[in-house]
Design a protein around this ligand. Structure first.
Ligand SMILES: *Cc1c(COP(=O)(O)O)cnc(C)c1O
Length: 480
């Protein structure tokens, strides 16, 4: 751009273009006659017309070289309006295809629900239910009753309740057990997890006082012992689920903390984060202590998420000592953090599937994807490759690539699961353009770029999503 253009603002071409640009009223009249836009709400239509006209006007003023006279015909403007209307009518929260291989992907909705859980939500949400009604007595009941029994059955604990998420569970437990008292935690366990949940901050909000002991890499039983005084209210162990400290490390096992707690009549709480009800080591390279382990070891209170390794809806599960659970139920904060009925329905159905471990692994998508065999993943990859090769476009190169998937969701950070990816290269199209096109697809397809190749990990892709992916790649080829 020359200096004179910058300074004088509007030149003759721009003036001409601005003159050609139809007015809002004129376009509205045209849209009124278009059958495709007949059922569009008035406000939305007017807004879209205004937006399109204003955008064109701004482009003419700012960089008119981007605009052609052809862009200003009624037809092209009408097309733009239809596009704007369509995008405004589309739901903001929409499904995506997760080709990242990260199973519990926090940004993509963490866990997918089992069909049984979806059916239960469907049944409970469209009808009245016994949410807080005791059918045996005809009197008021507790919403936690729906899941307490099954949690106790599966973990061997005395009592349980559930809240909105695990962050709420931790807050509620600290507030109930240790308000104005000291909570002893190892410095190696002062975790922050995504979405700014930091143990020290939560503790402050709860009114409990943080008493850090040990060092980042090593904490010994003696550190806890020395910190105990008249103000101590709780010994807390936090499962460092989203990172690992490796090398010269030492942490006090739950068992020793429980013994120390017993000696000093102090309760011991364990925040497991991504609690699991099955022993993953039986099915995969993943190793994670189970909720039952914590209960058996003697933790007075255990908390974990419903939508991490459990594979259920967003929820915080609290279990353990009956007296403590009773106190938590009576805490006024509980009302503010309570679980909603749709979540409760999904959680009950998910938990029930665990009565038969094989069934759970088959039916709960998170478990299914985490334990998927490499052959099953490779079969999906080969199927996708085959679908892509049907397009017989010599610009397209698809490669089967060995890679590693992550459990995600702040779970099992040190473990990598062997997986198979399909790498996409298109001649004269950069990986980032492919990535962007795939992300703009309906539904959006989320993959990753490695070594300038667009990669899709098939672990987290469902078999019925392969055709959609192949079609999206065809859209890329059309655009290249
Ligand atoms: C994930 C996690 C939480 C928070 O759980 P949400 O269900 O996401 O609220 C708390 N503590 C630990 C250790 C976690 O890993």
């Amino acid at each position: 751009m020359t200096d004179s253009k910058k300074k004088t603002g509007i030149n003759a071409t721009q003036q001409l273009l601005l003159k050609r640009l139809p007015g809002v009223d004129h376009i509205l009249e045209i849209t009124n006659q278009d059958p495709e836009l007949e059922n569009t709400p008035r406000i939305l239509l007017t807004d879209s017309v205004r937006q399109v006209v204003e955008r064109l006007r701004n482009t003419i003023i700012e960089d008119h070289q981007q605009i052609h006279e052809n862009d200003l015909t009624n037809e092209t403007i009408l097309e733009k309006i239809k596009k704007a209307v369509k995008s405004a009518m589309a739901l903001n929260l929409t499904r995506t295809i997760n080709a990242t291989g990260i199973v519990v992907h926090t940004n993509l909705g963490r866990s997918l629900l089992a069909k049984e859980a979806l059916d239960h939500i469907h049944m409970i949400s469209g009808r009245y239910s016994n949410l807080e009604y005791n059918l045996a007595t005809g009197k008021r009941g507790l919403r936690y009753t729906a899941v307490e029994e099954i949690i106790c059955e599966l973990t061997g604990t005395e009592a349980a309740m559930v809240v909105n998420n695990n962050a709420a569970a931790v807050l509620l437990c600290l507030d109930t057990i240790a308000r104005h008292r000291e909570v002893i935690v190892s410095r190696g366990e002062l975790v922050e997890i995504g979405g700014s949940f930091r143990i020290p901050d939560v503790m402050e909000k709860s009114g409990a006082v943080l008493k850090e002991v040990g060092t980042t890499n090593r904490t010994h039983l003696n550190d806890y012992k020395r910190a105990i005084n008249d103000h101590t209210g709780l010994l807390l162990k936090v499962h460092t689920s989203n990172y690992g400290i490796v090398g010269f490390t030492s942490a006090v096992p739950l068992k020793e903390l429980v013994e120390l707690g017993e000696q000093h009549h102090l309760p011991v709480m364990e925040d497991l984060g991504s609690g699991t009800l099955i022993d993953f080591s039986k099915y995969s390279p993943l190793r994670e202590p189970t909720v039952k382990d914590s209960v058996n070891t003697g933790a007075d209170i255990v908390t974990f998420s419903g939508d991490k390794l459990l594979g259920g809806p967003q929820a915080g599960i609290i279990l353990g000592n009956r007296n403590i659970i009773e106190k938590i139920r009576q805490n006024p904060l509980t009302r503010a953090l309570r679980i909603d009925k749709l979540t409760l329905a999904a959680l009950e159905s998910t938990l029930r599937l665990y009565r038969d471990e094989k069934k759970a692994i088959h039916a709960i998508p998170t478990l299914n994807m985490l334990t998927a065999s490499i052959d099953d993943i490779e079969n999906k990859a080969l199927k996708l490759k085959e679908l892509l090769e049907q397009s017989e476009d010599e610009r397209l190169t698809t490669t089967l690539i060995d890679s590693a998937s992550k459990a995600g969701g702040g779970s099992l950070p040190l473990f990598e699961l062997p997986t198979k990816c399909i790498g996409i290269r298109i001649r004269k199209m950069s990986a980032s353009v492919i990535e962007k096109t795939m992300r703009a697809n309906e539904p959006p397809i989320i993959g990753r770029i490695e070594d300038d190749i667009f990669l899709m990990d098939l672990r987290t892709v469902a078999a019925d999503e392969l055709t959609g992916i192949a079609n999206a790649i065809r859209t890329c080829l059309k655009g290249s």
